[in-house]
Design a protein around this ligand. Structure first.
Ligand code: SF4
Length: 445
């Protein structure tokens, strides 16, 4: 919890010596509370004051990183309970499990299937972000060799899942440079696991059966000198996990309860692909930083990624595409010209429907600050001047010779003013983009 000016004042020497440039210690404390001064400016500040102030300045939830390069995963450092309060920062990483009972072709095939779980949605790339090797065999060597095979054939981040410190140590001996996440330490193994994690500079998952036990365990791990911790439960139902992840979020953000101020992880291995999608998506919503699933079905995977993408998008800033002229196929001087807004979802819906029509076309994307057609029109972000300016900027008059513009059916009311502004014939297109193929094939021609 942030310290008030009076809290800080109690920690200062109270000599009013003025060496900090302030007339009194109280005035300096007020400046510190408003982050307008640094404690270093007081040469007489005690170690106790320095410790208390640096602890108060730390974010309520720690940022944890694992993996390397452009596949590094960052989770945590969230600041709010609800995205509309500000935004969520570090999207849930969806990982896929690989059992160390797999070997040979079966192992290779699964790694390749996981690598292929990459998609493009509304212009953004999303996909599996980590592979979790599970020590199902209970054997040290099998676990280590599976981890090595995964590291060799995938550049996704690595999660090493075993309750046996000796298995983790053996796998890390050959994969530590990939900076894996170690999962997991419990009340019996935390000393050995924390030592291994610290030696290899890797974050560690702490696993317990209740919030109280978890808070106790993280304190013990921190006392071993390890700070990068991820929180997980064992033996809890999905409903109980959702309840307790929510409680932990409240405790860490609202009460600044440091023992629970870390990102979270859950393993979803039960049920068919559909059930895993439902469970994982619920966990993404409340408030899981890493979810490990077993399914590799693209149809089951995409909804989880879509949920994470949507929840972690900035609610104040709609996802936008660049306002410009897009060519679909190889349009020529006889091709249709239509416009839409730069709200990503709108543009990509229109684009895919125009592609489906197999009619080469120009789509003029006008800048409406990422709002959809009707929203933009009702907010006066879409009017005849905006469209005319975009037409001129993109030199459309010199690209086609027909002087016809197709407009979204929802803004048919713009027709008259647009015709006046452009001197072109305005054709009112369909309201729903899904009927664009029919329109282009039958009405345009
Ligand atoms: Fe107080 Fe320190 Fe400023 Fe002196 S330098 S007035 S002790 S806050």
């Amino acid at each position: 919890m942030a310290l008030t000016g009076l809290d800080i004042f109690k920690l200062l020497p109270k000599t009013n010596c003025k060496k900090c440039g302030m007339p009194t210690c109280l005035a300096f404390a007020m400046q510190l509370a408003q982050k307008r001064a640094k404690l270093d400016d007081c040469p007489s500040a005690s170690e106790e004051a320095k410790e208390a102030l640096s602890a108060a300045a730390a974010p309520p939830m720690r940022l944890v990183k694992f993996g390397i390069g452009d596949k590094m995963v960052q989770v945590g450092k969230e600041t709010v309970l609800f995205r509309h309060e500000e935004k969520f920062y570090n999207p849930t990483a969806v990982a896929v499990s690989i059992s160390d009972k797999l070997s040979g072709d079966a192992l290779q095939k699964r790694i390749e299937s996981i690598n292929a779980l990459q998609f493009e949605r509304v212009g953004l790339k999303i996909g599996a972000r980590a592979i979790a090797v599970i020590n199902d065999s209970g054997e040290v060597e099998a676990f280590a060799s599976t981890a090595v095979a995964v590291k060799k054939s995938s550049n996704l981040a690595l999660i090493l899942c075993s309750d046996m410190p000796e298995s983790i140590a053996a796998a890390l001996a050959k994969t530590a440079e990939a900076k894996p996440l170690i999962a997991s330490a419990n009340a019996d193994t935390f000393e050995a696991m924390a030592k291994i994690a610290k030696e290899n500079n890797c974050p560690l998952v702490a696993k317990a059966k209740s919030i109280d036990d978890l808070a106790d365990l993280t304190e013990k791990i921190k006392s071993q000198g390890l700070e990068d911790i991820v929180l997980s439960f064992e033996g809890l139902t999905l409903a109980d996990q959702l309840r307790d992840f929510t409680k932990m979020r409240v405790l860490s953000l609202k009460k600044v309860f440091r023992p629970l101020g870390d990102p979270t992880l859950s393993v979803v291995q039960e049920g068919d692909s559909d059930q895993q999608t439902a469970a994982a998506t619920s966990l993404i919503c409340k408030y899981c930083g890493i979810v490990i699933v077993d399914t590799i079905e693209p149809y089951a995977f995409l909804p989880m990624l879509t949920a994470a993408m949507n929840i972690y998008s900035d609610p104040q800033k709609p996802i936008q595409v660049e306002p410009k002229l897009y060519e679909i196929g190889e349009p020529d001087e006889n091709s249709p010209v239509m416009f839409t807004t730069n709200f990503s979802l709108t543009y990509y819906t229109v684009e895919s429907d125009v592609e489906a029509a197999r009619v080469p076309a120009y789509i003029l994307v006008v800048d409406t600050e990422g709002t959809s057609v009707l929203t933009a029109y009702s907010g006066d972000k879409l009017n005849e001047k905006v469209v005319a300016d975009a037409m001129a900027k993109n030199d459309i008059r010199n690209k086609v010779k027909h002087q016809k513009l197709i407009i979204p059916g929802y803004v048919a009311v713009m027709s008259g003013k647009l015709e006046e502004a452009l001197g072109w014939e305005v054709m009112v297109g369909p309201r729903e983009s899904s009927t664009l193929p029919k329109y282009l094939q039958e009405v345009w021609k």
